[in-house]
Design a protein around this ligand. Structure first.
Ligand code: SAH
Length: 342
């Protein structure tokens, strides 16, 4: 047995790896790794793929994340925000399309105070659907009220666990507060999602291994890994690294080995860098896809990175298209809400 196979067998048996072993896997070409991560995915979460209908309800953001096209200093963005009742209507559309989970995502837009958010959450929760929030950093009290209003899950990527890279990428934000948010979210009983960007300038393979160990130590219920894609109107516009897709796929696959029963999306950013990216991801450990249910004229304005897919497609077409792709690889769209381990 090769050294590589020994590490993979160890991960397959006990879902633990040292930092050195993870680095070794991330430096491999990935072929053997994907065989194992796909096998673990099938054994622990089966062949069902959970679809989550994504509503990007505001692109207004007070943050300055250097990689993100929606950063506050970018004055080329045509800003929009939906009214609470428009968001609820979109959620209804998602339910009508058959989605069992609605994901509400936005920039950090303080117009949406906790009262407005709780109203939106409780209205959507009348529709027999799971609800995920992805709206950034808030206080413990706000997370608590939104949970009480009915929110089931929360996505907040740590982005990177390299503290000096974190502070360089996020002016006026702190790594400690990001971790505090994740711990609050977890302790309040949300299904907790985190994840990282792969390919940030100056990011090392060792720090990606630390990111994976962070997901494990948090016992994250969902992990989204995305390749970094430079946006032309940000300070990182010329920082493209050609290997981001493959490295993101490997980080995702190792995450599946260490957290075998969690939900892992085939991210839209992967499909942006590779026309078959989501299917490749589904065959390498992923079990979730998050199609957008917004109309085209808003989708184009939510440009966190350039080249987003399916911008001109109507939401019913997206739903049908991804379902066909899922069936073409012998998988099926899950009829369940898709909580961890269910
Ligand atoms: N404001 C929310 C939602 C952020 S957008 C929050 O803070 O959680 C969702 C994710 O898009 C981010 O977590 C980030 O990882 C990713 N993202 C932002 N800019 C990107 C880029 N240029 N390339 C790839 N992914 C990016």
């Amino acid at each position: 047995m090769t050294f590589l196979n020994k590490i993979l067998e160890k991960a397959y048996e006990n879902h633990n790896l040292s930092r050195e072993d993870i680095v070794f896997l991330l430096k491999s070409n990935g072929e053997e790794l994907y065989k194992y991560s796909d096998k673990v995915r099938e054994e622990y979460v089966g062949n069902g793929v959970h679809l989550r209908g994504l509503i990007e309800f505001s692109n207004i953001c007070k943050c300055q994340c250097k990689y993100c096209g929606l950063r506050c200093p970018n004055n080329k963005v045509d800003r929009y925000r939906l009214e609470p009742d428009e968001i609820i209507e979109y959620a209804q559309k998602g339910v009508d399309l058959g989605y069992k989970t609605i994901v509400l995502q936005s920039g950090e837009d303080s117009f949406f105070d906790v009262e407005k958010l709780c109203y939106i959450i409780s209205e959507i929760k009348k529709k027999d659907v799971a609800l995920t929030l992805s709206i950034g950093e808030r206080s413990y009290e706000e997370y608590k009220q939104m949970k009480a209003a009915g929110a089931d899950r929360y996505l907040l990527r740590i982005e990177t666990t390299d503290k000096s890279l974190y502070s360089n990428m996020h002016p006026n934000m702190s790594y400690e507060n990001r971790v505090r948010c994740l711990k609050d979210i977890k302790s309040l009983g949300y299904e907790t999602g985190t994840g990282c960007l792969v390919g940030l300038p100056g990011q090392s393979v060792e720090s990606l291994a630390d990111d994976i160990l962070f997901f494990k130590s948090l016992d994250a219920d969902m992990v989204g890994i995305g390749p970094f894609i430079p946006h032309p109107d940000t300070p990182l516009k010329s920082d493209l690294n050609s290997d981001n897709f493959n490295m993101a796929l490997k980080v995702m696959a190792v995450t599946r080995l260490l957290l075998p029963d969690i939900n892992i999306p085939a991210t839209t950013a992967m499909e942006t860098l590779n026309p078959n990216g989501r299917i490749i991801a589904l065959k390498s450990g992923a079990n979730v896809v998050m199609p957008n249910i917004m109309e085209s004229k808003l989708k184009v304005k939510y440009e966190i990175y350039p080249g987003k897919i399916c911008l001109n497609d109507k939401s019913d077409k997206c739903r049908g298209c991804i379902e066909n792709k899922i069936k073409s690889i012998g998988r099926f769209v899950s009829p369940d809400k898709g909580f961890r381990g269910k």
